[in-house]
Ligand binder design. Sequence first.
Ligand code: AVI
Length: 324
Amino acid sequence: TPTQGIALVDLDEDGVDRAFRADVLNGLRQRQKAVPARWFYDDAGSALFEEITRLEEYYPTRAETEILRNHSADFHRLIGPGRAVVEFGSGSSVKTPLLLSAIEPGAYVPLDISGDFLRASSAALARKFTGLPVHPVEADFMREVELPDAIVPLKKLGFFPGSTIGNMVPRTAVDLLRSMRATLRGSRGERPMLLIGMDLVKDQAVLEAAYDDAKGVTARFNLNLAERINRELDGTIPTGDLAHRAIWNNDFARIEMHLEAMKDIVFSVSGEKFMMDKGETIHTENSHKFTRRSANLMLLAGGWTPLQQWTDEEGRFSVTLAEA
Ligand code: AVI
């Protein structure tokens, strides 16, 4: 296999299935039906997300890549060589190499819940950076993760690009920042660093278009969640009667994605019956947008002190370096 030589820590498949079922059934029982956004990313969903990142309307990936490309000298100076880069998520073929080339890392440790993507991206990176130790870990990084023994002695840099933190409500985001701190803390009290991307508040029309593109890729991404429920949890959701919605919630500074019933529907999931009235929605995602200040505030609440913050030329996206 292409990943020969790379030890993978396996997560129990049944555990993932059980967690998915519990999240979906609990979510569908609520008055405002909701399914956590992390379940978007099965193989089909991950492939659709890759397609989203290349869409004309979806600026965050390009804006963040621009920042990583333009400030490599700053990263080199502020982060220094020899750190183990622990990436929360299995890595992008463009952003991760930009960071690794900038800082001369001592090792690369991608953490991801989806083993297949993790294996593929780790193998590609190991080929690109010959000699760099790569230690993929299949794990749910929302909790403290035990890093491989070989990594423990190294100083750590957490890398969390993509504004994935924006997909969490602030309370969960702060819990995650604290878990990251626990995962990355040094055995001899060294302070870990974190490089984190956060999308910024901007014109509502630009934001809504980024989550409701003309080609309908984001709509397919959203609907894939209902299709996944049907595939994996013995569901009968009539996906043809659901429509994709992307709405700016100004009070909470977030884009919300929903699946809206176009008529009254009844369906079952794992043998349990559910009903939706016409116009009722399943809330499938929040994508919070930050200001430079609210990004700093969130980091501080999670136990991280911001050291420096960069944005792209157009001020659409931010990348912040913080220290524990
Ligand atoms: C992964 N995450 C940061 C994306 C976002 O922009 O919130 C997920 C996404 N949802 C719809 N389009 C992209």
